[in-house]
Design a protein around this ligand. Sequence first.
Ligand code: SAM
Length: 275
Amino acid sequence: MAALDGLPPLREVIQCHGLDARKALGQNFLLDLNLTQKVARTAGALDGATVFEVGPGPGGLTRAILALGAKKVIAVERDARCLPALAEIADHYPGRLEVIEGDALKIDFEAMALKGPIKIIANLPYNVGTQLLVNWLLPKAWPPFWQSLTLMFQKEVGERIVASEDDDHYGRLGVLTGWRTHSRMAFDIPPQAFTPPPKVTSTVVHLTPNENPIPCSVANLEKVTQAAFGQRRKMLRQSLKPIGGESLLVKAGIDPARRAETLSVEEFCRLANSL
Ligand code: SAM
């Protein structure tokens, strides 16, 4: 299929720049431009927005984000081999694409203090993606510097992110996400849509900040969720023993015979505030 933006098809870009996918960098490229547009559209209207894209690779998603009208894209890529391909996109959209070579985990996005709505979009190796998500959920200032996160994960990780109580996937990540954001799984992408295909289905998760999360200390919330889900099949009076057990639960007004996965985010915050 000819690309709508007049740039060469991604297969050609990959071949021309010798971008054979590297497993160590979690490189599974999305080459279908309809799909990259679908991912970019999940972030909502991009007109006038500044987008942080993490892991642009050969630039399929970057091209979709720019074609949909983002004012500026700041893309962080670890693999220097991708830079010439990204430079061609930057030439095609003068002044709108800035590429930073480096490890996204070491970049302080907040410190860049950009003005206007900031959207973050990424298709990353899942371990890097999960760590970045947690970092973006935990800045001291809230609401955060970003207006939305549109992130691709292995489906199983996506399910953990959006899970709430009484769901098998509910755990520490679901509590943290449920506390500070509104989240949803937008759509799945099958392995064969990627080059090379990963082993499992992927999913796109979209998150927006909860402007008024229940006031609660992050450190205490982490303490209670770590203890509670560390022994998720046990009653809370047992799993929370090291941090106060039954008396903590009584103070928070929670039945000590309950199990971690039955507690709502609000109840976890109550526990954290009772510590
Ligand atoms: N966005 C492209 C797409 O959708 O086809 C590439 C996605 S590929 C799954 C992941 C990309 O993230 C690769 O280009 C890889 O080099 C890059 N990457 C991996 N670890 C990274 C890190 N720590 N910081 C920045 N980029 C990283």
